[in-house]
Design a protein around this ligand. Structure first.
Ligand code: GLA
Length: 376
């Protein structure tokens, strides 16, 4: 399946881990709709690891755990679809999933057929317990081919954490997104680490196969499976802005039955989401800036229609001033052009003087602009 913009939705892992059930999924589907998330683009509801029994059935098929999903997976898919959402599930390229449930290794075609029968629209495919003798690209191509031939449009989400040079082969596997790093945790350090690992992968970002920086921790505040220390609302806003700026899939990971107004407002900022979903899918690039700190990330990305997204991300625990010259963006004074721009989060306009801009940032804060080219 070809997806033209980064997939958006919710995934059970970050908050619930193995504590998943039919009731949780039904309630989550209801609350997704009530909170207006689908209208902002969130469409997939994905059940991660731990949904099956520990052994396959006598017919070789995966069996949903009846204690968690008493009416089977087709009933769950039907409910999710009845709420206007798409339904995602999880498996693994190895003998077992990361949590020790049966993986799809050497069952790729039968599992793809089972997922199609149940009405699955999205498959996240992990990399634990895989054979060290078979290259990852072969394993992902197998499942990619199985999905392409299962008779249903199922989005393939590769999750090999960027290992074994995933970026070099992932576009040969029919996947629409690929995990470019290890797992996220709900701490500022984790967000910062994942963000800083992306830059060398910018050239692999593009239309139809998106670099996946992992599920969002916005709104977790330290609760749940990957909870740990938690973050502040400012840190969550910067996290969300970075993921969107770099066109990562946006998969919510908090308990959306119990979201704070601040988390909901961050996750539903349509102007930020529009940058994530920009149809041109251009590669982001780093601005060198002037007197720049290494943890002050200055990024830009050309958008469809001639606008430029500019993101200033202060990953430091102290204030910083972001400074750069417009000639880095292709607009020296000699062009007779400048940029008109307003920060999406605060509504504050930026002032460009002598083809140069400066912007003060609080600790952990960011500013994101949709800049328009205009006459000087
Ligand atoms: C791996 C993945 C996570 C999650 C867990 C489930 O760690 O990277 O996103 O799916 O497995 O066990």
């Amino acid at each position: 399946m070809l997806k033209l913009t980064p997939p958006m939705g919710w995934n059970s892992w970050n908050t619930f881990g193995e504590n998943i059930s039919e009731a949780l999924i039904f309630e989550t589907a209801d609350r997704m709709v009530q909170s207006g998330l689908p209208a902002c683009g969130y469409e997939y509801l994905v059940i991660d690891d731990c949904w099956s029994l520990r052994e396959r059935g006598a017919d070789g098929r995966l069996v949903p755990d009846p204690a968690k999903f008493p009416h089977g997976m087709k009933a769950v898919a039907d409910y999710v679809h009845s709420r206007g959402l798409k339904f995602g599930m999880y498996s693994c390229a190895g003998n077992m999933t990361c949590a020790g449930y049966p993986g799809s290794f050497e069952h790729e075609f039968i599992d793809a057929a089972t997922f199609a029968e149940w009405g699955v629209d999205f498959l996240k495919y992990d990399y634990c317990y895989h054979s060290p003798l078979i290259p990852g690209e072969y394993l992902y191509r197998r499942m990619g081919l199985a999905l392409e031939n299962c008779g249903r449009d199922i989005l393939f989400s590769a999750c090999s954490w960027g290992s074994d040079e995933t970026h070099e082969w992932v576009k040969t596997t029919s996947s629409s997104m690929w995990r470019s790093t290890g797992d996220i945790f709900d701490t500022w350090e984790s967000i910062k680490n994942l963000a800083k690992q992306q830059e060398r992968l910018f050239p692999y970002q593009g239309l139809g196969c998106f670099n996946d920086m992992d599920m969002l921790v916005v709104g977790m505040y330290g609760k749940g499976n990957v909870g740990l220390a938690g973050c502040s609302d400012i840190q969550y806003r910067t996290h969300f802005s970075l993921w969107a700026f770099l066109a990562s899939p946006l998969m919510i990971g908090c308990d959306i039955r119990d979201m704070t107004p601040a988390a909901l407002s961050t996750l539903t900022n349509r102007d930020i989401i529009a940058i994530d979903q920009d149809p041109a899918c251009r590669q982001p690039f780093r601005l060198h800036g002037i007197w720049n700190h290494e943890d002050l990330l200055l990024y830009a990305r050309h958008l469809s229609g001639g606008d430029i997204a500019i993101g200033l991300f202060n990953l430091c625990d102290h204030k910083n001033t972001a400074r750069f010259n417009l000639d880095e963006l292709g607009l020296p004074c000699s062009t007779g052009k400048t940029l008109v721009m307003t920060d999406i989060w605060t509504g504050k306009p930026a002032h460009v003087r002598n083809a140069s801009m400066a912007w003060d940032l609080e600790p952990f804060d960011c500013a994101v602009f949709r800049a328009k080219v205009s006459d000087l």
